[in-house]
Design a protein around this ligand. Sequence first.
Ligand code: NAP
Length: 255
Amino acid sequence: MTRPRRVLLLGGTSEARQLADELRDAGVDTVLSLAGRTVSATEIDSRGSVSVRVGGFGGSTGLARFIDDHEITAMVCATHPFAAIMPYNADAACRATQTPLIRMLRPPWIPVPRDRWTEVPSLSFAPAALIALGSRKVLLTTGRQELAPFCQQDEIDFVVRSIDPADLTGFARATSILGRGPFTVDGEIQLMREHEIDTIVSKNSGGTATAAKLVAARRLGIHVVMVGRPDSPGTPTVSNVPAVLAWIAAQARSE
Ligand code: NAP
């Protein structure tokens, strides 16, 4: 592979990790940047040609400064589909510094026959959807940092699944369970039966690592309140690692 001088990879997803591994194997000088939201994120070591930095840059101007200071020649935004701010910061910083940028974004999940989805445009609409469905035992898989919209729903028993323990202050009835994908369909069915779940709340993250809950919900006839994605900037976007690698090789040839 022809190598660009230095790539900044904005991570926080499993495919960003895969991409980092591919870039390391190809000997591409890469800086992997993580926000540091999960405890385990801070445990990642720099490996070979991939160095890891953790924490925010200080908005788009801080990111532009980082690009200049570290002589970044290409950038990949591989943040999560629900990371609402960083893709805009990346777009603005790359425009300001004239740095080539590509976004890697998984396709969203699409409902199939027998799915019982209620689609809502954002998380703040999910509590009303739960009331409309008459939900009583709800599995929340939307992350421990966005629980506030649900904590006033005293008539619902929540099971909150997150990577790190959730703070359940404000909930009348809630249980925290820990889990990090990939999950299996059998495991998800067992979990939903054990907790007598009638509804799941999920972000439409897409991908395979957490899709098993949707298959399990379909088989058990369980409702899914599916939260739509935030808006995106107009950054050129691809959906997978090989497409990013091809783009990076093309950037290197034009450097
Ligand atoms: P966000 O709203 O887009 O970003 C908030 C702030 O966090 C940014 O302004 C930036 O701070 C910092 N940040 C975000 N991603 C960063 C990165 N890769 N490297 C350095 N700083 C970063 O994102 P978020 O929803 O808080 O998510 C934070 C991280 O968790 C992202 O990397 C995302 O991929 C991952 N994640 C998010 C979700 C989700 O549902 N939101 C789910 C799984 C994983 P500064 O402005 O100071 O630079």
